[in-house]
Design a protein around this ligand. Structure first.
Ligand code: OAD
Length: 264
C-alpha cells in the first residue's frame, strides 16, 4: 500500500481510473463532515462520543422511549436542512460524467450526494428525511407528519404503529434491494474508492474488499488510517473536500491526454 499526504494519485492508479468502465465509490460520515454534519466515531466531535447508540439508534430504544428517539432525529433533520454539499460532493458528480458508469454507495442518510447532482446513489442506511411506520415499514408522507401534533406522530396504517425515521438502526437488516445493488456493483466495478469511512460497520465495510477480490483497483481517501488501508493500492491522507476536486482535475487531464494521443 502506498500512503500519500498530498492529493496526487499515483501514475498507475490514475491510468487504471482513466480506463475504468465502472467506478464504485463507498462513502461514510467523513464525506459529509466538511458540510457541517458530525461523524460518528471521530474522537472530539463524533456523535457516538456524546450519545450512546443503544439509547437512540436501536428498535429497543424506540420502543422504550419513542418520543426521545423521535426528537433526537428531528434535531438531526433540522441540521441536515441547513447544510449544503461541498466541493468533494460536486467533484464526485463531475467524475460520473467522465467515466462510463459510476455508482455511489453511501452509508450517509443526509441526501447530500443527490443534492450535489449525483443520480446513481444507493443509500445503504436509509435517508433521515424520510419516515416510515414502525410496524408495517410503509412510507409516511411529510403531509401526514405535519398534520400531527404527536411526538412521534401515529402511523396512518397500523393502530399501534408510530412514525419513525427511515434509517437503519443497530440490529436491523439493511434494505435488501439496496444491499443487493451495492454488492452487484462491488462485483462488477473495476475501480473502487472508499471515502471518509472507518470501515468498521458491516456489511458496508466488506464492499471494497469484495471489489478488490474481484480484480478492482482500490483507493482510500481518509485523513486517518483504517482497517481497509493495508488493502488499498493507495491511501490519500487528506479530506474529501480537498482530495476529490484534485482527483477530478487529474482525471480530466488524463482523459484529455488519452483523447489527444495519436491512434493507429
Ligand atoms: P465514522 O464516524 O465511523 O468514521 C468517519 C471516518 O471519516 C473516519 O475514518 C475519519 O477519519 C474520516 N473523516 C473525518 N473527516 C473526514 C473528512 N473531512 N474527509 C474524509 N474523511 C474524513 O463513520 P462511518 O464509517 O460512516 O450507521 O460509520 C458507519 C456507520 O456507523 C454509520 O453509517 C452509522 C454509524 O453508526 C448507522 O447509523 C446504521
Amino acid at each position: 500500500m502506498k500512503e500519500t499526504n498530498g492529493n496526487l494519485l499515483s501514475s498507475q492508479l490514475l491510468a487504471q481510473l482513466t480506463e475504468a468502465r465502472h467506478v464504485l465509490v463507498l462513502t461514510g460520515a467523513g464525506m459529509s463532515a466538511e458540510s457541517g454534519i458530525p461523524t460518528f466515531r471521530d474522537a472530539q466531535s463524533g456523535i457516538w462520543g456524546k450519545f450512546r447508540p443503544e439509547d437512540l439508534a436501536t428498535p429497543e430504544a424506540f420502543e422504550a422511549n419513542p418520543s426521545r428517539v423521535w426528537e433526537w432525529y428531528q434535531e438531526r433533520r433540522s441540521k441536515v436542512l441547513t447544510v449544503r454539499p461541498h466541493a468533494g460532493h460536486r467533484a464526485l458528480a463531475a467524475i460520473a460524467s467522465l467515466v462510463p458508469e459510476l455508482t455511489i454507495v453511501t452509508q450517509n442518510v443526509d441526501g447530500l450526494h443527490q443534492l450535489a447532482g449525483s443520480d446513481n446513489v444507493a443509500e445503504l442506511h436509509g435517508n433521515i428525511m424520510r419516515s416510515k411506520c414502525s410496524i408495517s415499514h410503509r412510507p409516511i408522507s411529510a403531509e401526514w407528519l405535519s398534520d400531527s401534533s404527536h411526538s412521534p406522530p401515529r402511523s396512518p396504517y397500523v393502530s399501534k404503529g408510530l412514525a419513525r425515521p427511515d434509517v437503519v438502526w443497530f440490529g436491523e437488516v439493511l434494505p435488501q434491494n439496496v444491499l443487493q445493488a451495492a454488492m452487484d456493483s462491488a462485483l462488477r466495478c473495476d475501480f473502487c474508492i472508499s471515502v471518509g469511512t472507518t470501515s468498521l460497520v458491516q456489511p458496508a465495510a466488506s464492499l471494497p474488499l469484495m471489489a478488490l477480490e474481484h480484480g478492482a483497483s482500490l483507493l482510500e481517501i481518509n485523513p486517518r488510517e483504517t482497517p481497509l488501508s493495508p488493502h488499498a493500492g493507495q491511501c490519500l491522507r487528506g479530506t474529501a473536500a480537498e482530495v476529490l476536486p484534485a482527483l477530478l482535475a487529474q482525471l480530466r487531464a488524463s482523459k484529455k491526454d488519452l483523447d489527444q494521443r495519436p491512434r493507429l
